[in-house]
Design a protein around this ligand. Structure first.
Ligand code: UTP
Length: 299
C-alpha cells in the first residue's frame, strides 16, 4: 500500500550522504581551517532564542556575538534547542494520542526548524541544518559554521552538542536562562546553591540528585554529562541572556558561570571562572603508546 515509503527514506539518506546536506570536500578553503583548542560546541537552550515564538532581536544579537568571535579566530558548532514552542507541539501531539517516540521525533523537527533560523543570521553559517553529526568536521574543514538541532529520539540537544565537542576534541558551552549549575532549580528554590566550579564526578552526582526529584529542571541532562565526563571535555555553563559574559567566557577572560574541567578537584570555589583549554597536542607528544587493555576501557 505504501510502495514508496522506504524509497523516500533512502532518498533522504542519500541526500545526506551526497547531496546538498553534505559539504563537498572539493570546496575546502584552507583559510577557514579550525583549531581544536579554539573550538566551542555551543548548546543554545531553546528558551534563550525561541521561547514561545522566535525572538528575532535575540537571534540577531546572538548571531552578532558569534560573528565577532569568529572574526577573532574562534570556531563554533551551534546546536539549538526546542523552547516552549516545542513543548506546545509535544503537548498537542500527546493530547492527540502520540507516544513518547513520536513526541521526540516532533521535538527534533522543531529544534531543526529553530536551527534553520540561525542559518539565516550567522554570517558564516553552513546554509543547511545538519541532520548528521558526522558531517560537522567536514563543514568546519570548509571554513563554515555547522548548525544543528536534535538528532536521535531519547536524546537532547545538550547531548548532541556534547558529542560534537567530543568528536572535535574541543570545548562545550551550555547557554541557558540561569547563571550556571545549581544544586536545584534556582527558578523554583531560593536555597539553590550556585557552583562556580565542579569536577565531572560532582556534576554527575548533582544531576542524579536533582533528576530524582520530580518537577526539577537542571541545565544539563545525565547522558550529556556522561559524554562530558568520559572524554574530560572542558565545559562551561553560562547565562545565554548575557552575551557580553558569553563572549568573555569564550575569550578566556573572567566570566560568571560554572566551569567543569579536568583541573578542578572537589571543594574549590571561586565566584568567577576561566576555561582551561585542553592541551591536546602537548598530551599527545608526552604520552607513549601502550597496548590497550580492553578491561580498562571505561565509558
Ligand atoms: P531539548 O530538550 O534539547 O530543547 O529538545 P531545549 O529547548 O534546549 O530544552 P530546555 O527546555 O530549554 O531545557 C527539545 C525536545 O526535542 C527532543 C526531545 O523530546 C526534547 O525534549 N529531542 C531533542 C530528541 O528527541 N532528540 C534530540 O537529539 C534532541
Amino acid at each position: 500500500m505504501f510502495p514508496d515509503m522506504f524509497e523516500i527514506f533512502n532518498q533522504g539518506e542519500q541526500r545526506d550522504e551526497q547531496g546538498s546536506d553534505d559539504p563537498s570536500p572539493s570546496s575546502i578553503n584552507s583559510a577557514g581551517r579550525f583549531v581544536p583548542d579554539r573550538f566551542f560546541s555551543v548548546s543554545v537552550g531553546g528558551s534563550i532564542l525561541i521561547g514561545d515564538k522566535p525572538n528575532v532581536t535575540k537571534i540577531a544579537k546572538f548571531s552578532e556575538s558569534i560573528n565577532r568571535l569568529s572574526a577573532e579566530g574562534y570556531n563554533f558548532a551551534l546546536v539549538l534547542g526546542g523552547g516552549k514552542i516545542c513543548r506546545s507541539y509535544q503537548a498537542a501531539a500527546k493530547a492527540l494520542g502520540a507516544n513518547n517516540y513520536f513526541l521526540d521525533e516532533l521535538g527534533i523537527m522543531v529544534t531543526r526548524i529553530n536551527a534553520t533560523l540561525l542559518t539565516q543570521s550567522v554570517d558564516n553559517a553552513y546554509p543547511r541544518v545538519l541532520t548528521n553529526v558526522s558531517f560537522v568536521k567536514r563543514v568546519l574543514d570548509i571554513g563554515k559554521i555547522p548548525i544543528l538541532g536534535g538528532q536521535i529520539p531519547g536524546f537532547t540537544t545538550d547531548a548532541v552538542a556534547a558529542l560534537i565537542a567530543e568528536q572535535m576534541q574541543g570545548n562545550f558551552i551550555n547557554l541557558s536562562n540561569v547563571d550556571g549549575v545549581y544544586s536545584s532549580d534556582p527558578k523554583k528554590s531560593r536555597s539553590a546553591k550556585f557552583y562556580p566550579e565542579l569536577s565531572y564526578e560532582r556534576l554527575i552526582s548533582i544531576i542524579q540528585v536533582v533528576e530524582s526529584k520530580p518537577g526539577q529542571n537542571l541545565v544539563l541532562d545525565l547522558p550529556a554529562a556522561l559524554v562530558l565526563k568520559r572524554s574530560r571535555i572542558p565545559s562551561l555553563f553560562v547565562n545565554g541572556n548575557d552575551l557580553e559574559n558569553f563572549e568573555a567566557a569564550v575569550r578566556g577572560q573572567e566570566f560568571r558561570g560554572t566551569v567543569v574541567n579536568e583541573e578542578i578537584s572537589e571543594g574549590e570555589a571561586k565566584t568567577t571562572g576561566k576555561i582551561v583549554p585542553r592541551r591536546r597536542h602537548e598530551l599527545e607528544e608526552e604520552e607513549e603508546y601502550k597496548d590497550p587493555d580492553p578491561d580498562e576501557i571505561k565509558f
